[in-house]
Ligand binder design. Sequence first.
Ligand code: SF4
Length: 288
Amino acid sequence: MQVLLANEYGFCFGVERAVEMVEEAIGAGEKVRALGPLIHNEQEMQRLAHEGVTTISDPIQIGRLETAVIRAHGVTPEVQKELEALAAKVVDATCPFVTRVQKLAARAAAEDRHVVIVGAPDHPEMIGVKGYAPDHAFIIRDESEVETLPRLRRPLVVSQTTIKSKTFFDTAEAVKSKTDDEVQIINTICSATRDRQDAARALAGMVDAFYIIGGRHSSNSVKLLGVCKEQCEKSFLIETEDEVNPDNLIGVERVGVTAGASTPKWLIDQVVKHLESIGKSLETTLAP
Ligand code: SF4
């Protein structure tokens, strides 16, 4: 049985960078506390907790001798200032793709323009970005919410980094009805999610079974499962290798593997090894 990995899988650039920055701080002997869960993967959070990383939900929980970590989603400038005032050190792991959106929003607000951000209003990334243009920005989920907007002044339209491009462009187009001025549309969607889906789709048609490694509550992992199922009925979302049922691999010649953007490499390696050993034992069992 051949185990084939999709061309793109696992940690996205921003998450990998955040974990590396945290590990560097741990290596320097710092007591590290992340504001909000650093990553949506239980196993990786447990590993980091083992290394001493704890999570806080409010800046006031940080100690004077501790290092505060801003995760890839970013925070508002106020929260950043609060952390800087309270912590011994702040590690800013905001993903550079998110920083770009924050800067665009801040610049437009400084020019007294309105900013429309297409995304989920309660998502931490969106709350952070809005904080850069508090009196000028509106967050709307999609086209259907455009009617809730007031008349807009020279609007800039940007997006949450993980939404679908169709949602963004349809909404941006509809925003034009809310102004007589020119609408500046800047697509700030990050390609990490789409790249993983495209790679999984490309592999799904070539395999007899597919394992998607990721948290059951990780939306990008659940979406990967849907993409794989379109072409490979035997597609399974698993969190660890213990969830692989060898019975599902009987008669399978090629098995595909991919992982969500929050799944660490060590966990993927464990699953691949496990699948390979199941493959070997099935060959032995079935040999004449
Ligand atoms: S999904 Fe994209 S924007 Fe979000 S952390 Fe990963 S690389 Fe950055």
